[in-house]
Design a protein around this ligand. Structure first.
Ligand SMILES: [Zn+2]
Ligand SMILES: [Zn+2]
Ligand SMILES: [Zn+2]
Length: 208
């Protein structure tokens, strides 16, 4: 019997989102370096990413796009305060961006690719004024609106770690990078010592 095995995704997949394989490459790519093929051209920063070339595909510039990716689906990466963003209109059809905070920058709706480092000491008194009822479920960044994630990167972390029993793909070399990137957020717990000593905690006496 040559029955085709149904993909296991059909079972009650409410809430679980599948993210395309190229997303991980996109998030770990360094953009805005000068293109080696067009070193003397004015628009040579590599801020384009191709969805149709086999992954992992390196970023490329404006000129490379017209040469080699003319009929391909290409996403343009933009920058906001040194962080990579993408326009919602460019990715909403190819990516499930639900749950990710959108921002309006230069009158366009954008998403951040990756988690951004957060200002130190934002807790306690300083944070009170800026406190938000919404926080990223992965990095705890305060969000403007009731979204779950600050960035595509945090959503990817959630998809990989949460969901259903964290599927480990053998032989997937790119996994290491992503894991390291995700793990770095744990180092944020290194809090300065001293300062916050308030004497010896007193034990409430029992009885009486
Ligand atoms: Zn180029
Ligand atoms: Zn291409
Ligand atoms: Zn986050």
């Amino acid at each position: 019997m040559s029955r085709r095995v149904a993909p296991p995704e059909s079972e009650g997949a409410a809430g679980t989102t599948r993210l395309p394989e190229w997303l991980e490459t996109l998030l770990s790519t360094r953009f805005f370096l000068a293109c080696g093929a067009h070193p003397a051209s004015p628009r040579n920063e590599c801020n384009m990413f191709c969805l149709d070339c086999p992954s992992p595909s390196p970023p490329f510039c404006y000129y490379c796009r017209s040469h080699r990716h003319q009929s391909h689906r290409v996403i343009q990466i933009r920058r906001s305060s040194y962080h990579d963003v993408v326009r919602v209109t460019e990715v909403e059809d190819v990516l499930d961006i639900s749950g990710v905070q959108t921002y309006v920058i230069n009158s366009a709706k954008v998403l951040f690719l990756n988690e951004r480092p957060q200002p130190r000491g934002a807790g306690a008194a300083a944070g009170k004024a800026a406190a938000s009822p919404y926080n990223c479920q992965i990095c705890a960044r305060a969000l403007l609106d009731p979204f779950r994630f600050c960035s595509l990167g945090c959503k990817l972390v959630d998809t990989k770690t949460g969901g259903r029993g964290a599927t480990v793909q053998p032989g997937d070399a790119t996994n290491d990078d992503a894991a390291a990137a995700g793990g770095s957020s744990k180092n944020g717990g290194a809090r300065p010592q001293g300062r916050r000593r308030k004497g010896i905690p007193q034990r409430a006496p029992f009885g009486s």
